[in-house]
Design a binder for this molecule. Structure first.
Ligand SMILES: NC(=O)c1ccc[n+]([C@@H]2O[C@H](COP(=O)([O-])OP(=O)(O)OC[C@H]3O[C@@H](n4cnc5c(N)ncnc54)[C@H](O)[C@@H]3O)[C@@H](O)[C@H]2O)c1
Length: 251
């Protein structure tokens, strides 16, 4: 159902060119939001923005590496100029990193995972929180992962970075609940996107068998949870962890 509950709002989706990001952009546009598709992949972001425009939505593509604070600030200035102030921020940009056991993990890999996931979220939220507070309304959603709670063999830095996002949203929830700004985390299970496809190529059947629903999730499964949290329907949820995972992890 298209409730258009977000008409007049601008939503920033980082990693908007990717699987979950694109689906999230579509779901937020269906709620009536204007969408800023932010991604390091400009061509991918432009293609999603064009898709949204073809559907009648207001959208634009903004290239940036979210781990670079100055580049993110300048992308935000361009978003403000062309679409308006983003009061909805979905921190979704991410990388899986090379699978490696912790005892062999080098510092550069560890740092890169934190720079993209944690610093990236800091940059986007730090630059938008004050306008949200001034407006008396805001929605922050960080895309974490079941890996933050289950652990992930070969992905210590990924799991640790995704765990940091949980601490971040819970703190934001406490600090700004009284100001109309909510902050929540979505913890996807295994979702069919470019990020997971290669890792799944040889073990897809085994992974599906381990998921009680018997299927790997689709990007839309995550996007609908994000759209709900951002819409007025999700307005009483803050500091929560929502995990669309087909039953593979029951915290
Ligand atoms: N696919 C899964 O199974 C799964 C599970 C749990 C969590 N997640 C999380 O969901 C989010 C989206 O991942 P996805 O599965 O859609 O993967 P994806 O690879 O399809 O999308 C990731 C997007 O992030 C962009 N990106 C990467 N680094 C960036 C940077 N420094 N600055 C800006 N953009 C950058 C990429 O260009 C890409 O468009 C990620 O945070 C990921 O960790 C995915």
């Amino acid at each position: 159902m298209n409730t258009e509950s977000l008409k007049g709002k601008v939503a920033l989706v980082t990693g908007g060119a990717g699987g979950i990001g694109r689906a999230t952009c579509l779901a937020l546009a269906a709620e009536g939001a204007a969408v800023a598709v932010m991604d390091i992949d400009l061509a991918g972001g432009e293609s999603v923005a064009e898709e949204l425009q073809d559907l009648g939505a207001t959208a634009g593509a903004f290239a940036t590496d979210v781990s670079d604070y100055d580049a993110t600030k300048s992308a935000l200035a361009r978003i403000r100029e062309s679409l308006g102030e983003p009061l909805i921020v979905v921190c979704n940009a991410g990388i899986a990193g090379e699978p490696v056991l912790f005892r062999s993990e080098d510092k550069a890999n560890w740092q890169r995972l934190f720079q993209v996931h944690v610093d990236g979220a800091y940059h986007c939220i730090r630059e938008t929180i004050n306008p949200m507070l001034a407006a008396g309304w805001g929605r922050i959603v960080c895309i974490s992962s079941v890996a933050a709670q289950m652990g992930w063999r070969g992905g210590a830095s990924y799991a640790a970075a995704k765990g940091a996002l949980i601490g971040l949203v819970r703190t934001l929830a406490l600090e700004y609940a009284a100001k109309g700004v909510t902050a929540n985390a979505v913890l996807p299970g295994v979702i069919d996107t470019a990020m997971s496809r290669e890792a799944l190529s040889h073990v897809r059947e085994r992974v599906e068998a381990a998921i009680p629903m018997g299927r790997i999730g689709q990007p839309e499964d995550i996007a609908q949870a994000v759209a709900y949290l951002c819409s007025h329907r999700g307005g009483y949820l803050t500091g929560q962890l929502i995990s669309p995972n087909g039953g593979m992890w029951l915290p």
